[in-house]
Design a protein around this ligand. Structure first.
Ligand SMILES: *Cc1c(COP(=O)(O)O)cnc(C)c1O
Length: 561
């Protein structure tokens, strides 16, 4: 059976199970959703990632919103099966032994896509090498490069050791996995008994590789000084081929993947265009992200089961959600909302009220996502709550341990919540992960998003919300440019940046947000049929399209075959 697998999917993070801390945010959740849809569709895929024994991190917050990070303790053998195979990679001249733990992703019809989580915590390895697969995105550049060697080079070797000898496509989910190209080059040289890397070698590798870029944010594109690369990875003939493997002084993982892939894509239409501008001379397509139907909350699943039988097997049929009666969607959402409100009150003792319009904002705390945009003019916010109608806001999200500004952003939001507490209740839930996400995304009434365009490559939490009948109030960036039909699937904040320049004036964006929020509050309290219709259109127009079932079909058509 392993010999029949044709596609290998590589990702530094994968969100598979609520209790496995093997992801940090959207990229990992997307990887998990992708693999689930591959399994549903019987795509002959195998996936590779790292074990991340200590996870990303467990987040606590102090009273004033300072983030405290702790390692996550979890037991891989509760979820995965250790395999006997061993392969070896060279790091700083030392051989490092790698093993894999197998996690089975089972699709709707029982088809399994195996995920191999690589692990270097073995007795035979030197002490520092044992920790290489402990922390997701942890420590310094040397650590990161070493992890990428384990993932890319160790990953290909492990697949071979497991008997995967007919892989036709290696899909790099972001540049973290780019070093797999180096191992494929070595394989080609060995197979052809060539004395050196030739244009044929490169062509043979290119034929096998597919690359998805996920962000226009510079920090998302790994670069390593060649000096460090030579120390950690060693010399390699490839490094003499300037323009293919590296660019003078640095090894840029994005360019490495671009140079060696037959197909490259961004993750939404606009992101495809932005990436095309960033990387001139490469052909960059777009496949818009989606979410797996695992993100539909239980009451919604039951509702769909009653009205749209077979919706899980065929997400397109969610289009028929328009025939669901208003009373029933409101009732199903009400159940999800009560679950969330209980969670908020249990965690924060803030006394959230199920009858009040509830906004949600939860995602990684990165500055470009501008979680505090809504606090630009606190008096305006107070005025809206007092004169138009009350609302409450639930926040959640972790800042990367090294991201000082992201941490300050959390502290600013928490400070604003204290200042505004007489007018607007604001909760910041700690340790945002899949379990909380599930409650939050389905339980709020409106999903808020205020990124600085064009930085939000796609965004996926708004898609999860749409699947649960929760409309978005969002800046037009990423997927929302495609998903927003004004006053039908939700509401746009500010102008459409699809083809024009992006705004840089946060005050203007904030004003646009207040104006639209005023409209939304009014509709929520005074025009229930219209609000209800917006909920149904979110499911019918966006839930039916922004899913990984459609996305996987596009990858199969455009990238894999
Ligand atoms: C969906 C999800 C994200 C990604 O949210 P974006 O809107 O794409 O930024 C991050 N973290 C968790 C836990 C999620 O479920």
């Amino acid at each position: 059976m392993d010999a029949e697998r044709k596609i290998a999917y590589f990702s530094m993070e994968i969100g598979l199970d609520d209790a496995m801390p093997t992801y940090s945010g959207g990229l990992g959740i997307l990887a998990g959703d992708t693999i689930l849809s591959a399994a549903d569709f019987r795509v002959p895929m195998a996936a590779v990632s790292l074990l991340h024994r200590k996870g990303y991190f467990y987040q606590r917050l102090t009273e004033d919103g300072r983030q405290i990070e702790e390692p996550v303790a979890w037991s891989p053998d509760d979820f995965t099966e250790p395999l006997p195979q061993r392969v070896s990679v060279t790091i700083e001249g030392r051989p490092v032994t790698v093993r894999a733990w197998r996690y089975d992703v089972r699709g709707a019809s029982g088809f399994v896509v195996p995920v191999y989580l690589l692990d270097t915590d073995l007795e035979e390895n030197a002490e520092p090498d044992r920790t290489l697969t402990h922390y997701l995105y942890g420590q310094d550049k040397r650590y990161r490069l070493s992890q990428e060697i384990v993932l890319g080079i160790g990953g290909v070797k492990m697949l071979r050791a497991l008997g995967y000898n007919n892989i036709e496509r290696f899909h790099m989910n972001e540049g973290h996995a780019s070093l797999l190209t180096l191992e494929l080059v070595d394989e080609q040289v060995r197979e052809r008994k060539d004395k050196a890397i030739t244009t044929d070698t490169i062509a043979a590798v290119r034929k096998q590789c597919v690359f998805t870029t996920h962000t226009p944010v510079a920090a998302g594109h790994d670069q390593f000084e060649m000096e460090l690369v030579r120390q950690v990875l060693g010399e390699h003939e490839a490094f003499t081929l300037n323009g293919v493997f590296c660019c003078d002084k640095t090894l840029n993982m994005t360019y490495l993947a671009l140079n060696l892939s037959r197909y490259v894509n961004g993750v939404a239409k606009k992101h495809g265009e932005v990436s095309q501008q960033m990387f001139e001379g490469y052909k960059i397509d777009a496949i818009t992200n989606g979410v797996h139907h695992r993100w539909a909350c239980e009451p919604m699943q039951e509702l769909f089961d009653r009205h749209i039988p077979g919706w899980r097997e065929d997400n397109f049929s969610l289009r028929y959600a328009l025939s669901i009666p208003c009373k029933e969607i409101t009732a199903a959402h009400g159940v999800a909302k009560r679950v969330l409100i209980n969670e908020v009150n249990r965690q924060t003792n803030l006394g959230f009220d199920k009858d009040i319009l509830t906004l949600g904002f939860a995602r990684r705390s990165a500055t470009y996502k501008r979680g505090d945009l809504i606090f630009t003019n606190p008096d305006r916010l107070r005025g809206l709550a007092k004169e138009v109608g009350p609302f409450q806001i639930v926040y959640a999200g972790k800042a990367h341990p090294k991201d000082k500004e992201g941490k300050e952003l959390i502290a600013r939001i928490v400070a604003a919540s204290h200042r505004l507490k007489d007018a607007v209740k604001i909760a910041y839930l700690t340790n945002y992960e899949m379990t909380i996400a599930r409650k939050l995304i389905a339980g709020v009434d409106v999903w808020l998003n205020t990124p600085q365009p064009p930085m939000e490559a796609s965004g996926t939490s708004g898609m999860k919300a749409a699947l649960n009948g929760v409309p978005s109030l969002s800046v037009l960036d990423g997927w929302w440019i495609e998903g927003c039909i004004e006053d039908t699937t939700g509401w746009a904040i500010g102008h459409n940046h699809r083809h024009g320049p992006d705004t840089v004036d946060p005050a203007q964006d904030a004003e646009a947000l207040y104006q639209k929020l005023e409209h939304v509050i009014g509709q929520f309290y005074n025009d229930n049929p219209k609000f209800c219709s917006t909920m149904l259109h979110s499911i019918a127009l966006n839930g039916s399209f922004f899913n990984t079932q459609r996305m996987m079909q596009q990858y199969v058509l455009k990238a894999y075959y």
